[in-house]
Design a protein around this ligand. Structure first.
Ligand code: SAM
Length: 267
């Protein structure tokens, strides 16, 4: 690993606040459903000297959560999560699994999917055909410095660094397990620097091509960062997630399993 690239705080704070608010909103919604059902059911069953029927209570919480999520116009996947959360929590609790296993599963998931929790950016990998298309797009850049923001396990950097030995490649990754896998996969490539870091604290000023395969959530804030930091004539490329409200300079369509589209923005 070489020295860390320059840091930048641009976009980090703007990004963190809406993400936290979005998570809090969903948590509040689920708590509101649980509170509503329990505050009606608990006194009813206590007064009758009966125990709370947990399966029915969990189903009722799921139904109320679905209602609240629909009334507040949450996306369909959030409605599904809200509907299933309490019934599934009850069903899993009924299995009487030792709590340590849940902690272990949570830690393992966090090691790989940290980005999903903090930035709504999960791990999925660019295809070989995408790496080949990026190699061609490099020829349209004024220089040969390439940055992969959220570099996963190096599935883009490794083939590119091998194919273009005259260019310089940098990867930034912040999930521990994927960082380690990428570090091992790119070790020994002299033109590839692999860094532990946060995309929001990475300066883009030194790169001719910045590649991002993230999710729709960070694109507006990332575009602000790109506009502020990327030098004139450089190229920003987003795999599959266009910048909302901004017309791409060109779109490259790739005939791979995902039918990848590369949205290219010339600075
Ligand atoms: C969709 S994957 C793309 C991986 C790789 N660029 C590729 O194309 O195969 C996005 C990656 O970004 C990472 N990530 C998410 N948020 C990040 C952040 N704030 N800083 C650095 N990496 C992040 C995730 O851990 C994940 O590995």
């Amino acid at each position: 690993m070489s020295a860390l690239p320059p840091e930048s705080g641009t976009g980090a704070d703007q990004q963190a606040i809406p993400q936290t608010r979005a998570h809090l909103r969903q948590l509040t919604l689920q708590c509101a459903a649980a509170f509503t059902v329990l505050s009606l059911a608990w006194p009813y069953f206590v007064l009758r000297n009966e125990t709370l029927p947990w399966p029915a209570t969990a189903l009722a919480i799921g139904a109320i959560a679905l209602l609240l999520a629909s009334l507040t116009r949450q996306p369909w996947w959030w409605r599904l999560i809200h509907m299933l959360f309490a019934p599934l929590a009850w069903a899993i609790a009924a299995l009487s699994i030792a709590p340590g296993w849940f902690l272990l599963a949570f830690i393992l998931l966090l090691l790989v999917y940290r980005g999903a929790l903090t930035d709504q950016i999960p791990l999925y990998l660019s295809s070989k055909d995408t790496a080949a298309a990026l190699a061609e797009l490099m020829s349209e850049c004024p220089g040969k410095r390439f940055l992969d923001l959220g570099a996963g396990i190096g599935s883009v950097l490794r083939p590119l660094a091998r194919a273009l030995p005259e260019a310089q490649f940098t990867g930034i990754e912040n999930a521990p397990a994927t960082w380690l896998a990428g570090y091992l996969c790119t070790a020994g490539l002299p033109n590839c620097s692999w860094h532990w870091g946060d995309i929001w604290r990475t300066s883009l000023t030194e790169y001719d091509l910045v590649y991002a395969f993230l999710s729709p959530a960070p694109m507006p804030a990332l575009w602000e960062k790109v506009k502020l930091e990327m030098p004139s004539g450089s190229l920003f490329i987003s795999n599959n997630f266009p910048v909302p409200g901004v017309e791409a300079s060109s779109v490259v369509e790739i005939d791979d399993a995902r039918q990848t589209r590369l949205y290219c923005y010339r600075r």
